[in-house]
Design a protein around this ligand. Structure first.
Ligand code: ZN
Length: 306
């Protein structure tokens, strides 16, 4: 008995695939041939096309065919065809939504054509019964970005870097969002610093843009009625705006002034900006009456003067 090695599988060359593509196009009298149509009538698989040419577009160019659909051909694509393909890709990804990028990689149609037809990517997804990506809805304001930078700065206890932004869960917005809005991360930081330094000693004039994203409330107790009269004569509002908060935090090196805890060394630390003389006892919201405390040290302080 003789043993023989299985012969090598004959290597398919580009030319054979190209000839087959041309054949299918000729049969269907089309200047443009879609990949799905080719898969249906041609000899070779999606994998073979990708392996040999990278993209379908490249294969078409090599076959001397038009690599894009003309307007007529585009108009012939029904909404349902788009929906079917979106659903197919979502199913492949096992996801309720699809990003542009994922669709570019797996979809049959051009993202630009879909957007042209439905105006927005999210509209197309919704009409196809999928979930919107939510990106279009997320119009981030400059203030939200600045607050996000402050939050990162406080969390890290230092100037945040692009790596920090890219780290999952640290930044609320993507690096791209900052780039789009400010023209770059460095520029976003500059805008933040300009904003923080923007007001000299008239911090109280920005009472209208109070930022209360953090649990900065040191003196949580509700004002009691007896003190209302004295608070009327206040020069400053009780709320500490973003600029002032940040100035206090950076003056105190992002460290609790009582125990020294810092989010940079103990990640669970939450820093509060606290009125030294409680606001309810006549303390003003000015930098000299404010200090950085961690939530633990701040708890229990209430309105007691230490
Ligand atoms: Zn502390």
């Amino acid at each position: 008995m003789r043993f023989e090695l299985t012969p090598y599988k004959r290597v398919l060359d580009d030319e054979e695939i190209i000839k087959d593509i041309q054949l299918v196009a000729k049969k269907h009298k089309e200047g443009y041939l879609s990949l799905s149509k080719y898969i249906r009538y041609g000899k070779y698989s999606r994998c073979a096309i990708q392996g040999h040419f990278g993209t379908w577009k490249e294969a078409l160019i090599r076959a001397g065919l038009r690599s894009t659909r003309n307007q007529d051909e585009l108009n012939r694509i029904s909404n349902q065809q788009y929906f079917d393909d979106l659903q197919r890709v979502a199913k492949e990804l096992n996801s309720a939504t699809i990003s542009y990028k994922d669709y570019c990689d797996r979809g049959k149609y051009a993202v630009t054509h879909i957007i042209k037809r439905f105006k927005h990517w999210d509209t197309a997804l919704t009409m196809a019964g999928l979930s919107p990506t939510g990106k279009a809805k997320m119009k981030v304001t400059e203030k939200e970005c600045l607050e996000d930078i402050e939050r990162m700065w406080v969390t890290l206890g230092r100037q945040p870097t692009t790596t920090d932004v890219q780290k999952l869960a640290l930044a609320k917005y993507s690096l791209d969002t900052y780039k789009r809005r400010f023209g770059g991360w460095r520029k976003a930081l500059e805008a933040f610093i300009a904003y923080v330094n923007g007001v000299t000693d008239a911090e109280h004039d920005s009472a209208s843009e109070e930022v209360n994203v953090y649990a900065d409330n040191c003196d949580n107790n509700e004002e009691n009625a007896l003190k209302t009269s004295s608070s009327d004569a206040r020069k400053t509002p009780r709320n500490i705006n973003l600029r002032l908060r940040f100035k206090v935090l950076s003056r105190d090196n992002f460290k609790c002034q009582a125990c020294g805890a810092s989010p940079a060394t103990i990640p669970s630390t939450i820093l509060h900006v606290d009125h030294i003389i409680p606001w309810s006892q006549g303390g003003e919201t000015v930098i000299d009456n404010l200090q950085t405390l961690c939530s633990d040290c701040n708890l229990g302080k209430g309105d007691l003067l230490l």
